[in-house]
Design a protein around this ligand. Sequence first.
Ligand code: UD1
Length: 355
Amino acid sequence: MKILTVLGARPQFIKACMLSKAINLNTDVTEIIVHTGQHYDDKMSTVFFDQLNLPKPDYYLGIGSGTHGLQTGKMLSELERVMISEKPDIVLVYGDTNSTLAGSLAAAKLHIPIAHVESGLRSFNKKMPEEINRIVTDHLSHWLFCPSQAATDNLKNEGIDKNVYLTGDIMYDSVLHFKSHAIQKSTILKDLSQSENNYYLATIHRAENTDNPERLEAILEALRQLDMDVILPLHPRTKNKISHYKLNHLISKPHIKIVEPLNYFDMLAISSNAKIILTDSGGLQKEAYMLRVPCITLRNESEWVETIQTGWNHLVGTNKKEILNTVKNLKIPRDSPPIFGDGNTAQKIVETLVK
Ligand code: UD1
């Protein structure tokens, strides 16, 4: 059996590593990896392949940045070419990026069955490009692998109930596999002169925040007023927008430590020791839960409803006062039930695909 995997953006490299390992253990399956090149900087791409031992992509499409239509369109035509020549039995896609959408559209038009990992998530906000990408992908997919109960419920509400599998979250496999090694290897806390529970970690990259100067300013203003150091790994998109909107003065305070995008091991080490994580990332909301670190989500909605229901994640939006009040009054829950499965998601997915 031949599986063609489409990857392109940073979170997909993390999601793919454990599943690729599981696929490669099965001698009856060959995996062809196609990297669209949506993320191309060394710090956004290459470092993850090296650190996570992901096999080198068989194809690198080098698409790069662009408007959504242009980026997705270029990917679509290149992926179609690769799929026609490789003739895979299954196309495997992850998450909700433009690479996911292009991969599933190309496969659907060629009548190749699609497996979607991290299926069923919804923010119910169609202004998010990711929401469009995952709705279309779910409705085109043959196998739908859901990370959480809420995700399977969402699919059911849209009339999708065949081949839906509640496998748990593939990122939980990675956290369990790499956590202790990462914490041992990483020198990031020492390099940034930080100690456990004595700093906040913040990340911002969602278009709804970076492309809206008022929201971006409010978030940065809140970070500026926090009472401890803030580690802020800057996504290239955010860096560009801060300059573009002339907001650099908001991050020039000494307690705001700007760093380049971090590799996976440093990110695990810095996340697990943070007092609170403030983020608009989907992946980091989950990782915070898996690492038992409280999270404040800088968005108006979250796909990870279970993290909120259990009291670990607080959906706060971008109001400066709300952010600061939530930080001040935050209480740590006692329990963290296994909402993301048991860490054997990769194995469950492979077993289903080869059946
Ligand atoms: C994408 C995904 C998002 C995911 C995120 C993780 C879509 C619609 N969005 O958003 O779901 O959570 O990746 O990071 O697919 N850039 C660089 N170097 C890079 C990559 C991007 O400089 O290696 C800059 C470019 O200026 C580009 C901007 O970032 O215009 C946005 O890139 P884009 O491909 O839209 O991805 P993300 O914003 O990262």
